[in-house]
Design a protein around this ligand. Structure first.
Ligand SMILES: Nc1ncnc2c1ncn2[C@@H]1O[C@H](COP(=O)(O)OP(=O)(O)O)[C@@H](O)[C@H]1O
Ligand SMILES: O=c1ccn([C@@H]2O[C@H](COP(=O)(O)OP(=O)(O)O)[C@@H](O)[C@H]2O)c(=O)[nH]1
Length: 240
């Protein structure tokens, strides 16, 4: 039997917090998280090193009402803590499915998870462990998309894979504009100048400067992650 070779050796996978909700209105949907983990397990089986940055929108949204009128930085720290909860849930689901996961946090919370230390993260990846980066960049006024760009560059990932509710980058937000059309690929400069809302400009600019491509694809579509990793045509490629 021949084994196809993956297109990438090391990937940074960005999972939006909202993707963990499944069809629920907030929180973590068990079936959804288990399905995502099984897709991650599939790609580790072909020898790909996987690091994950997880968002927090699913939990933060549930408490967002309480943050109205709150200091922005304080609300952002709440958002970062939400990503820690998601990271713990994700790592637990990974362990249950036979993967070895390590959560590393950008903010000190050492009784709960180990701190982010770059050489340690690289060591885990070499050992075939899945590293889950929690707490975003550790700084308010940033997003977990920017954390994905940052960590992706730091660990020398070949690509940032953004798994989200839509199946690629569109000319306009497809949730709001039914006439929007999907790009097969586009340059970072175009994504930034057109102000495409799929990712924030900080994340795009960092990836552009580091020549780190991003592929946006659907988290909902079964098998999409494996297809992306095997180099098949899926979603939208944003390139430098
Ligand atoms: N040009 C665009 N192409 C694709 N999606 C877009 C675009 N502009 C805005 N979006 C929105 O961006 C969202 C994806 O970003 P993501 O970070 O996963 O979501 P969230 O920030 O809600 O967790 C999609 O749900 C989509 O509605
Ligand atoms: O480096 C970071 C990453 C995240 N956040 C906060 O954490 C929240 C959750 O992250 P994000 O919205 O990126 O998650 P997602 O949309 O992917 O679920 C954000 O709204 C921010 O408030 C932050 O302050 N700094």
């Amino acid at each position: 039997m021949t084994h196809a070779t993956p297109a990438h050796k090391r990937i940074l996978l960005k999972l939006s917090g909202e993707a963990l909700m499944g069809d629920d209105s907030f929180g973590i949907n068990r079936a959804t998280i288990e399905r995502m983990v099984s897709e991650i397990a599939e790609v580790t089986k072909v020898g790909v090193q996987v690091a994950v940055v997880i968002g927090g929108g699913n939990i933060f949204r549930g408490v967002a009402g309480g943050s109205v009128g709150m200091d922005r930085a304080t609300a952002d720290y709440m958002g970062m803590l939400a990503t820690v909860m998601n990271a713990l849930a994700l790592a637990d689901a990974m362990d249950k499915q036979g993967l070895t996961a390590r959560v590393m946090s950008a903010i000190a919370i050492e009784q709960v998870v180990e701190p982010y230390v770059r050489p340690k993260a690289l060591q885990y990846l070499e050992e075939g462990k899945v590293v889950v980066f929690a707490a975003g960049t550790g700084n308010p006024f940033f997003t977990t998309d920017t954390a994905a760009a940052l960590r992706g560059a730091e660990i020398g990932a070949e690509v940032v894979l953004k798994a989200t509710k839509v199946d690629g980058v569109y000319t306009d937000d497809p949730m709001k504009n039914p006439d929007a059309t999907r790009y097969h690929k586009l340059a970072f400069d175009e994504a930034i100048s057109r102000n495409l809302g799929i990712m924030d400009a900080t994340a795009f600019a960092l990836c552009r400067d580091q020549k780190l491509p991003i592929r946006v694809f659907s988290i909902v579509k079964p098998g999409a992650l494996k297809r992306v990793v095997m180099g098949e045509d899926e979603g939208t490629l944003v390139y430098a």
